[in-house]
Design a protein around this ligand. Structure first.
Ligand code: SF4
Length: 264
């Protein structure tokens, strides 16, 4: 399956987002290659081309990421070009915290943000798979908005939906998210999917109950709940209907006490 969305450079948007307002997108991933710790069945960027959990690929080669100065220069130019941004968000076609200098990139971004648009929040959309690694974690800690993916509460569903790199397991991620949420505001982002009998899903039965339980354990400040809204690499992935997303949002809130913002 070819990539569905690939960003041609570092800056994209600004994107008008219900979650973030006017948000400038920042893609730290190499041009033309989707580098991620996950290969989610619903990923709008298509199949992951380098499935890794450190900033090296499986052959030990360092992948080609933009330099800190390139990122700083492009964000500074964008901040002067696009007025009144609400957010500068690291996302792109893959996992931003895989950038080997992610803390330095975030620090440089904060500096140009303070210079040109101090009202804008610096945010990250992350798989949360690298939270136990010091440098990805240091970069994430420097962000104002920490949006952490959680699509499953049990290992089987996690492996089926997020299809992580070889050594990535769910339980340590949940434990790390739980510790983090005790100290600061984190946002959980959950994509609800359905599929034919025998395929992965996270809205019924044990996968659903485990997901709700994990959210109740982590206790984030809020859960962003959303269905797919673009073509997916796996054709069997089914979009969850608006009314089902709304109903699941109510159920999470009722069972965990955690506020939920549905984006159905
Ligand atoms: S973590 Fe994000 S970028 Fe990576 S495969 Fe999943 S949806 Fe795509």
């Amino acid at each position: 399956m070819p990539a569905l969305i690939m960003y041609p450079g570092i800056i994209y948007g600004p994107v008008k987002s219900r979650r973030l307002g006017q948000s400038l997108g920042v893609n730290l991933l190499p041009v033309g290659r989707k580098v991620c710790s996950f290969n989610c069945v619903y990923c709008e960027c298509g199949d992951t081309t380098e499935l890794i959990e450190q900033a090296r690929d499986e052959q030990g080669r360092r992948t080609t990421f933009p330099t800190v100065e390139q990122v700083r220069t492009e964000i500074a130019a964008a901040l002067q070009h696009y007025p009144a941004l609400d957010a500068i968000t690291f996302a792109g076609h893959g996992e931003p915290s895989l950038h080997p200098q992610f803390p330095e990139v975030v620090q440089a971004t904060r500096e140009v943000r303070d210079q040109y648009q101090p009202q804008a929040k610096v945010g990250v959309l992350t798989s949360a798979a690298l939270l136990q690694r010091p440098r990805p974690r240091a970069g994430i800690d420097l962000c104002d908005l920490k949006m952490m993916k959680l699509d499953a509460g049990d290992e089987v569903t996690f492996q089926q939906i997020d299809r992580p790199a070889a050594n990535v397991r769910l339980q340590p991620i949940i434990e790390e998210l739980t510790k983090m949420a005790r100290q600061e505001a984190i946002i959980i982002q959950t994509c609800l999917i359905d599929g034919p009998v025998g395929t992965a899903q996270n809205i019924h039965g044990k996968p659903w109950d485990a997901l709700v339980e994990a959210i109740g354990t982590i206790k984030p400040i809020v859960v962003h709940l959303y269905p797919i809204d673009r073509p997916t690499p796996e054709p069997w992935v089914q979009k969850v209907a608006h009314e089902v997303v709304m109903e699941r949002a109510r159920e999470i809130a009722a069972r965990t006490g955690v506020p939920v913002e549905p984006y159905a």
